[in-house]
Design a protein around this ligand. Structure first.
Ligand code: CA
Length: 520
């Protein structure tokens, strides 16, 4: 704390009659937040997925030198809402950003970035933003408009429209490093380097086309899930490889925006393979398998470039002697389905989309090689960063600082249940609004739309693939009762309103404002 006060004096935020205005010997920690869009933990080798889809040596380095969180949960598994939750430390119903269709971030509310900036940090965000309103709380920002594109992206730099050339993941890395090189070195920094990749439509860098040597990928056990016994809300999705995967998703058509040279190289890889596909004209399960393998080539190819970006940023910290006093966080706005249940995309409370990767390195604080299985969340990021900087946390924030866990000290009061609520419906992907409670073992879920008003109980211990619904199983009656009570307690704790505003759903479903009542 003494160091921090000295620092505040040094930058003139605190008056002192005697202390000279000087930089302290050691600044508060720098914060490097490397963020991806739709990055599945199954694609990071440090997470040990048995399919062994990809090697990610640079992200693995973070896990080896820091801590790997195995159950980092999101509050609402979709891009914009997750980003709003990170900045504010609040649930969607408290920060007002519910969906990607009609929500706009209210930048007048407190965010950790604003507090850090006001407290003497140099702050920047580079890459995907996706919150509609312009960034506030950043000395410098260069963002992709909306979802952004993979090649030669238009960007907006401090309000000015510009055009970049090259592969977007590389550009975000280049601009991030340039900002670090040119920053005010008398101050600690916050840099949010935020990739578009590996978001749909999963276009790899030209240099990575064919990276997998036409590998045939191991399939997830639930690739052909029939949803037998599940809620109709789950079976009635629109996010499957079988029926939702488009020609663009499959690279049977060409993404826009490439230069002629890029297009030539792109066609050199895809055209002969697409021709072979059309000639074979697979159907049924064979078609799903072809799509799955094409999807894995493209998605994992995107992740390869993200991993290289992580490597370059870590190397910069090493070269500049910054690694020791920088906390590095590598995460994603949610998890993603890599064929599990036959799906791509996210949204559900089920494990692959609820869990997001979270790797943190904080030298001198976090024991290298730590694995943590506590229930943590992106909801905790804002409070964690403020705590790391020794700054007070606004009362309205709803997360918890991860600093004790980072230091290997688990508070006895750490959460053992977590509240989740997803809204966006019906488009895209027809995932019905649902909320629920998550514990170490169970999930109690309510699909509360008027056309399908159903509950599910999932048991990860008995059914780790999450293909069964135990809600009506008499053996679980006591568990169901306890979880209903816990869900009600959590809804009060997080200040969930009795009714949700219709606009929360993006497009209001029929009777959207109906009270989500808990049956006796
Ligand atoms: Ca996302």
């Amino acid at each position: 704390m003494a160091r921090w006060i000295l620092f505040l004096v040094g930058i003139g935020l605190l008056e002192s009659a005697t202390a000279p205005v000087l930089a302290t010997e050691k600044q508060p920690p720098n914060i490097l937040f490397i963020f991806s869009d739709d990055l599945a933990f199954q694609a990071i080798s440090a997470y040990g997925e048995k399919r062994q889809l990809l090697q990610t040596p640079n992200m693995d380095r973070l896990a080896r030198e820091g801590i790997r969180f195995d159950r980092c949960l999101v509050t609402n598994s979709i891009c914009g809402p997750s980003r709003a939750t990170i900045l504010t430390g609040k649930y969607s119903h408290m920060n007002g950003f519910y969906n990607n269709n009609n929500s706009k971030f209210d930048s007048t509310q407190p965010t950790f970035a604003k507090t850090l900036q006001q407290s003497g940090y140099s702050t920047a965000v580079v890459g995907k933003w996706h919150l509609v309103s312009d960034p506030v709380g950043f000395d410098h920002w260069q963002i992709l408009p909306g979802q952004g594109v993979y090649y030669n992206p238009p960007m907006v730099r401090n309000g000015e429209k510009i055009k970049e050339s090259g592969y977007t993941t590389d550009i975000i890395t280049d601009r991030s490093i340039e900002w670090l090189q040119n920053r005010d070195k008398t101050k600690p920094f916050l840099l949010m380097a935020q990739h578009k990749a590996p978001h749909r439509e999963w276009s790899p860098a030209i240099r990575h086309l064919g990276w997998d040597m036409d590998r045939v990928y191991p399939e997830p056990e639930t690739l052909f899930d029939d949803f037998n016994g599940r809620s109709r809300a789950v079976a009635d999705h629109d996010m499957g490889l079988e029926k939702t995967f488009t020609e663009l998703d499959a690279k049977l058509t060409t993404p826009t925006g490439m230069t002629p040279e890029q297009l030539t190289q792109w066609n050199a890889f895809y055209a002969p393979r697409n021709e072979a596909f059309r000639k074979a004209a697979p159907t049924g399960k064979d078609l799903v398998r072809w799509r799955y393998n094409r999807y894995m080539h493209d998605y994992l190819g995107c992740v390869k470039a993200v991993d290289e970006s992580v490597g370059r940023l870590l190397e910069y910290l090493d070269q500049e002697g910054l690694a020791e006093n920088t906390i590095v966080v590598c995460s994603s706005d949610q998890g993603f389905y890599l064929g599990e249940h036959g799906w791509f995309d996210k949204r559900w409370i089920f494990e692959e989309s609820l869990r997001t990767p979270m790797l943190i390195r904080w030298p001198g604080n976090t024991k290298p090689g730590t694995v943590n299985k506590d229930l943590v969340s992106l909801l905790d990021v804002a409070e964690t960063f403020l705590d790391v900087a020794g700054l007070p946390v606004p009362k309205e924030m709803q997360g918890r600082s991860l600093v004790p866990l980072l230091r290997g000290e688990r508070p006895s009061s750490w959460r053992d249940s977590f509240y989740y609520h997803y809204y966006e419906f019906p488009a895209p992907h027809r995932v019905r609004p649902h909320y629920g409670v998550v514990t170490d073992r169970f999930k109690l879920v309510h699909y509360y739309n008027s056309d399908i008003d159903e509950w599910e109980l999932l048991d990860r211990e008995k059914d780790p693939l999450e293909v069964k619904n135990f809600y009506k199983d008499p053996a679980y009656a006591q568990t169901v009762k306890q979880l209903h009570a816990e869900l009600e307690r959590l809804r009060k704790e997080v200040k969930e309103p009795e009714t949700t505003p219709p606009e929360a759903y993006g497009k209001a479903p029929e009777n959207a404002t109906k009270k989500a009542a808990v049956p006796k």
